[in-house]
Ligand binder design. Structure first.
Ligand SMILES: Cc1ncc(C[n+]2csc(CCOP(=O)(O)OP(=O)(O)O)c2C)c(N)n1
Ligand SMILES: [Mg+2]
Length: 787
C-alpha cells in the first residue's frame, strides 16, 4: 500500500493549479445551485420532494475536478457515483457539453437526470449508475471488453487503451457484487481499471466503522490491485512535520470516524476544545491552537488527502502502468458546506438562508448563479483557454459501428424427430461456429460456469475461451477423451465466468455496449439457468436500463426439468420477460421456431429501435411438427403466436399453449374430438403479443383503426368463446389474453415452487397436464351453458 503525502507536484504549473482550484469551487457551486434551484426555486406542482445530494457532491469535488479537468484522456470511460450526478453535469456545463436549461430542469422531465444515465442524459454519460456497486463493477467488465476487442484486432492499430474509471462511494463496497467482480477480474488479469473511492466514511444512514476498510484494502491487494491511500492534505502534513507534531497524526489516526465527523460538523471551537482537552499539555499543540483561529483550525483538521488537489493529481499522474488501481481518498461528506460531517447529511439540503451565505462566500451576485466564471479570482479568458486545452475536452467520437450482416437463414444442423429447444440452440450455435459467416466472428458468448449444461459446448470447442494468456487444452494434449475442447486463446470468443450471475449480466452489459463505448459492435450471447436470472436481476436491469444489447438464453426453465427439483425450477420468469423494458421475451416450443427467432435476435440486437432478447428454453425432448417454415409462419412466430391447428369459424373454445407444455396441449386437443374445429394456438412471445395489444389501443386512442395481432388471431372464434391457456410458468403470463379479445380465459400454469419428480407427476401436481386442460375445457363449456 502506498500512502501519498501532499508534496505539490513539480509538474503542475501555478497557473494550472489556479485554474483547477477555481474550477473545483465552481463545480461545487453549480452542483449545489442546481440542486437548490430544483428544490427551492423551480415551482413544485405535486408536493413531492425533489431532492439531490449536496453532501455527496461536496466530498467528491477535488477528485472529480482532478479527473475531468486534468487527468482523463478522451479514450477513458467513467462511472460516476450516482449521487455525484450534479457534479458531472456541472463539469460538462463548464466544458460546453451541457446546457443551462437542462441544469435548470435537473430531476425534472427532460432535464438532467437524478443519476447519470447513458440513455436519458445528453452530455456524454459513459456508464449509467444508480444501483450502488454496479457502476464500479461495470468498469472492470468494460475493460475486459476492450481487451477482447484489442486482441481480436478490432480496434484501430496503435490506439491507446482507455482507462475504465469508477468514482465510487465508500459504502458501495458493502455490495457483494463488487467482490464477485474483483475476483473475476483477477482471474482474467484485468488491466486499465481505476476505482477512486470517496472515503468519506459515511453511508446513507450513518458514519461507518473504521475497522472495515482495512479489510477492504487487504482485499484489493489480495487480487493484485495497487492500493493508493490519500489520507492527509498538505496543511496537516506540515503540522505533523513540526517537532513533536507526530502526536497529532497519531491522535487523528486513532480518532473514531464518528467522533471526527461530529467535531467536523461542530467546527473550529469544538476542535479547539477537544484538542486542548486531549493534547493541550503538549507545546506543539498549544502552539498550533494559538496560531490558528477557529476557522483556520477547522480547515487544518479537515485537510484530508481527498480534498487536496495537489495530492490527488499527483496520485493519479503517478500511475505508470496498466495495473488496476484503487485510490482510497479520505474525504468529508459535505466538505465546505454547513452540514459537513453531520451523520444525517446524506439527503440534506442547504436552507435558503444557508444558500445565501454560501453564495456570498462564493462572491456570486444575484442573477449570476449560472454564470460560468462568476466570483472566481481567475481571469475568465484564462479559464476559457485552460478549458480548451483540457485533454478530456478532445473527446469528439460519437461511435456509430457498422452493422454486422445476418444471413437470411441460420443453419439448423441435423434434424431429429424429437428435440428440445435447448438442443436446437446448441446445434445452431455449433453450426455458426463452423461457418465463416461474418456474424459468427462478432458473436461473443459468456456463461457463469454453465456453458456445457446450457449447450454452448460445441461453440466453445470451435471458437475457444478468451484469455489474455494462451493455454492449450491439457486434457486434449493428454489424450483424455472429451467432447469439450477448451483451449484458452487471446482470440477466443467465449468468456468463461465463475458462478456469479451479477457478473454475467455486467459482462453482457459491457459487451453489449461495445459499439457505443469502443466503436466496434459485438453480439453477446449469455447463457444461464432460468431460475438464476433472479440472482442477478438487478444487474440485468442495470444492463437493460443502459440499453446494452445482448441475447440472454435461459435454460432449462420451469418445472419441466423435473428431477432436478424445486430449487432449480423457475416460476415467475415469464412475468419478468413481459415486464422488463428493453428486453424482448420469447419462449419457443419447436426447433424450427428457434432458428427463426435466433436469426431475428441478431438483427434486433443491432436495430436502432431494437433491444435485447431473452429466450426461455427447455431440455424436454418434444415431438417436432412436420411442416415447412413458410415466410408466413416465420412472421407469425416472430409476432408472438400462430395457429398450430386452425380453429373452425365460430368455434367456442381454443387451447393456447406456450413452450414445453405444447405436447400436453395437443394431447388434450386430440381428446376433445367431440369439438370439431378446436383451435390450438402456440404462443412464442407473450411479451410481443402484450406490447402489440397495448400499442393497438394507443393507436385507436389516437383515432386510428386496426386490431392487435392477438385480436386478429382470435377473430375466427365465436365472440363469446373461451380460451384455456397453459404454460410452464406463472399463469398470469397468458391470463390477459381474455381481456385482449373480450373472451373468457381459463389460465393454467405454475404458482407454487416445484419439487423433484418426473414430468407427468409434476405437471399433474401443478395442474398443467392434459387432464387439467380437459377439466378446464369442461368447466368452460359448463360456464357457457350457465350463462
Ligand atoms: C443497490 C442500492 N441500494 C440502496 C441504495 C440507496 N442508497 C443510495 S446512496 C446510499 C449510501 C451511499 O453511501 P456512499 O456510497 O458512501 O456514498 P456517499 O457517502 O458518497 O454519498 C444508499 C444506501 C442504492 N442507491 N442502491
Ligand atoms: Mg460515503
Amino acid at each position: 500500500m502506498l500512502e501519498l503525502s501532499a508534496r505539490p507536484s513539480e509538474a503542475a504549473s501555478d497557473a494550472q493549479r489556479r485554474c483547477l482550484a477555481a474550477l473545483e469551487r465552481k463545480v461545487l457551486w453549480l452542483a449545489c445551485w442546481t440542486i437548490h434551484h430544483a428544490n427551492h426555486i423551480r415551482p413544485n406542482r405535486d408536493g413531492v420532494k425533489v431532492g439531490g445530494h449536496q453532501a455527496s457532491c461536496a466530498s467528491v469535488a477535488s477528485l472529480i475536478t482532478a479527473l475531468y479537468f486534468d487527468v482523463l484522456r478522451p479514450g477513458d470511460r467513467v462511472a460516476v457515483k450516482p449521487h455525484a450526478s450534479p457534479m458531472f453535469h456541472a463539469i460538462q456545463y463548464l466544458l460546453g457539453r451541457q446546457t443551462q436549461d437542462k441544469l435548470e430542469r435537473f430531476r425534472a422531465f427532460g432535464g438532467a437526470q437524478a443519476y447519470p444515465s447513458r440513455t436519458k442524459d445528453t452530455d456524454g454519460v459513459d456508464f449509467s449508475t444508480g444501483s450502488v456497486g454496479l457502476g464500479a463493477a461495470m468498469t472492470l467488465f468494460a475493460s475486459l471488453t476492450q481487451d477482447l476487442l484489442h486482441e481480436r484486432r478490432l480496434l484501430p492499430d496503435g490506439q491507446q487503451k482507455g482507462r475504465m474509471i469508477a468514482i465510487v462511494g465508500d459504502a458501495e463496497l458493502d455490495e457483494g457484487n463488487v467482490f464477485e467482480a474483483l475476483l473475476e477480474g483477477w482471474k482474467h488479469d484485468v488491466r486499465n481499471v481505476w476505482w477512486v473511492i470517496d472515503y468519506n466514511r459515511q453511508s446513507l444512514d450513518r458514519v461507518v466503522p473504521e475497522r472495515l476498510f482495512k479489510k477492504i484494502e487487504d482485499f484489493f491487494s489480495a487480487v493484485g490491485w495497487r492500493v493508493v491511500t490519500l489520507k492527509y492534505g498538505k496543511l496537516l502534513q506540515a503540522a505533523f512535520a513540526r517537532p513533536g507534531g507526530d502526536v497529532l497524526r497519531q491522535w487523528i489516526d486513532d480518532c473514531p470516524n464518528d467522533l471526527h465527523a461530529a467535531i467536523t460538523f461542530k467546527g473550529g471551537a469544538a476542535w479547539r476544545e477537544r484538542l486542548a482537552r486531549d493534547l493541550g499539555h503538549l507545546d506543539v499543540i498549544r502552539d498550533i491552537l494559538a496560531e490558528h483561529d477557529d476557522g483556520a483550525l477547522a480547515r487544518l483538521m479537515t485537510n484530508l488527502g481527498g480534498h487536496d488537489l495537489d495530492s490527488v493529481r499527483e496520485a493519479f499522474h503517478g500511475v505508470e502502468d496498466d495495473r488496476p488501481h484503487c485510490f482510497i481518498a479520505y474525504t468529508i461528506k459535505g466538505f465546505g458546506l454547513p452540514f459537513a460531517g453531520h451523520k444525517d447529511n446524506h439527503a440534506g439540503l442547504m436552507t435558503p438562508e444557508q444558500m445565501v451565505a454560501f453564495k456570498q462566500a462564493q462572491r456570486i451576485a444575484d442573477g449570476e448563479e449560472w454564470a460560468r466564471f462568476a466570483g472566481l479570482d481567475v481571469d475568465p479568458a484564462e479559464l476559457e483557454a485552460f478549458l480548451a486545452e483540457v485533454p478530456f475536452a478532445g473527446r469528439t467520437e460519437a461511435h456509430v459501428s457498422a452493422p454486422v450482416p445476418v444471413p437470411a437463414t441460420l443453419p439448423m444442423g441435423r434434424q431429429v424427430r424429437r428435440a428440445s429447444t435447448q438442443e436446437a440452440f446448441g446445434r445452431i450455435m455449433g453450426e455458426l461456429a463452423r461457418s465463416d459467416e461474418p456474424l459468427a466472428s462478432r458473436i461473443v458468448t459468456t456463461s457463469p460456469d454453465v456453458t456445457v449444461s446450457t449447450s454452448l459446448g460445441a461453440w466453445v470447442s470451435r471458437r475457444s475461451v478468451f484469455h489474455s494468456a494462451e493455454h492449450a487444452d491439457v486434457f486434449k494434449a493428454e489424450r483424455v477423451a472429451s467432447a469439450q475442447l477448451w483451449a484458452e486463446s487471446r482470440t477466443g470468443q467465449h468468456i468463461e465466468l465463475g458462478i456469479a450471475e451479477n457478473n454475467l449480466f455486467l459482462m453482457l452489459a459491457a459487451l453489449g455496449l461495445s459499439g457505443p463505448l469502443f466503436g466496434e459492435r459485438l453480439l453477446p450471447v449469455g447463457t444461464l439457468y432460468d431460475p438464476f436470472i433472479a440472482r442477478g436481476l438487478d444487474a440485468l436491469t442495470y444492463a437493460s436500463y443502459q440499453d446494452a444489447r445482448f441475447l440472454l438464453v435461459a435454460t432449462p426453465s420451469g418445472i419441466t426439468l423435473a428431477p432436478e427439483g424445486g430449487a432449480h425450477q423457475s416460476v415467475a420468469t415469464p412475468l419478468i420477460g413481459i415486464g422488463q423494458p428493453n428486453l424482448l421475451f420469447f419462449e419457443p416450443a419447436y426447433v424450427d421456431e428457434m432458428a427463426v427467432i435466433l436469426r431475428f435476435a441478431f438483427e434486433y440486437l443491432q436495430a436502432e429501435d431494437g433491444g435485447s432478447i431473452y429466450l426461455r428454453l427447455s431440455t424436454r425432448p418434444v415431438e417436432q411438427p412436420e411442416r415447412m417454415m413458410t415466410p408466413e409462419l416465420a412472421a407469425a412466430t416472430l409476432a408472438g403466436a400462430y395457429w398450430l391447428r386452425e380453429p373452425a369459424p365460430g368455434c367456442d373454445l381454443a387451447l393456447v399453449g406456450m413452450g414445453a407444455v405444447m405436447s400436453e396441449v395437443l394431447e388434450a386437443a386430440d381428446q376433445l374430438d367431440d369439438l370439431p374445429g378446436l383451435g390450438v394456438l402456440v404462443v412464442t412471445s407473450a411479451d410481443r403479443l402484450h406490447a402489440d395489444w397495448r400499442a393497438a389501443q394507443s393507436r385507436r386512442t389516437a383515432g386510428e383503426t386496426g386490431q392487435s395481432s392477438i385480436e386478429r388471431l382470435l377473430a375466427p372464434l365465436a365472440h363469446n368463446a373461451a380460451l384455456v391457456t397453459v404454460l410452464d410458468g406463472h399463469p398470469a403470463t397468458l391470463a390477459w389474453l381474455g381481456s385482449a379479445s373480450g373472451r373468457r380465459v381459463y389460465p393454467l400454469g405454475v404458482e407454487r415452487f416445484g419439487q423433484s419428480g418426473d414430468v407427468p407427476d409434476l405437471y399433474r401436481d401443478q395442474q398443467v397436464d392434459a387432464a387439467a386442460i380437459l377439466d378446464r375445457a369442461a368447466l368452460a363449456c359448463r360456464d357457457a351453458l350457465a350463462r
